[in-house]
Design a protein. Sequence first.
Length: 290
Amino acid sequence: MTIRRILCPIDFSDQSAHALEQGVALARWYGARITVLHVHLSVAPTAADLEALRAHATTACAPVASAGVGFDIVIAGGEPLRTILEQATQLSADVIVMGTHGTGGFQHLLLGSVTEKVLRRASCPVLTVPPRAQATSSQPFKRLLCAVDFSDSSLKAVDAAASLAKESGAALTLLHVLEWPWHEPPMPTMEGVPPEQAQALVDYRHYLESSARARLEALGASAAPDGPAPDVQVRFGKPYVELLDAAREGQADLIVIGVRGRNALDMGLFGSTTNQVVRRATCPVLTITG
């Protein structure tokens, strides 16, 4: 994963400051430059208004400067979503870093608002950062969890996660979730089901698990040929539930997940898994477009 340009929208809230800290961590690992963007909603701001906003943004960027990371400040007016996406395109941003909550000029930056719309429409990876009060992650990332469903987008996510793990010296876990009516043995009693068919279900479950594990191990060996092999996990249940449980149990600092494009045709997929993970995660989530 190559990161040279990071776009970090801020609204001067603690949440966006926390997101900026994560952007700084990424920038230091990759030698990247950060563009800090504030979008104001004023129709006709005065020169004094713009000067005040720039001064406020400069103060907010103190952690960036103290980290020795190169940065630019952009103060722009307009509709937040459109402005963020336009800036990302103009900069050829490699990643957008945003908080999942906030107050002020970004219409509160609540999921369902600007952040969620950016997730749906950005053509580059997006790193969403939960509020500081909810965060369980550390810097730099030491434990990465990557969701794998073997789609092209999830394979890109594995490559990105392996790159981040190598850069930060982090442990990487690859997780595949199989939707199944029960989680762990013993299987539930199935009254009226012949014993042979019940056993066939158990055997099929074991087959799915062993096949997925073998594919994950091969994928991990390919993604990290020169480093430690990633840990692999296969779980059964609702994908977003199992992913969040695995992140919590493994104390993950970052979840990496692939999305199959960011357009209207993919709304259902986004809403069913990625959206739920971003909404509920207590660590940052990096979404990679396939």
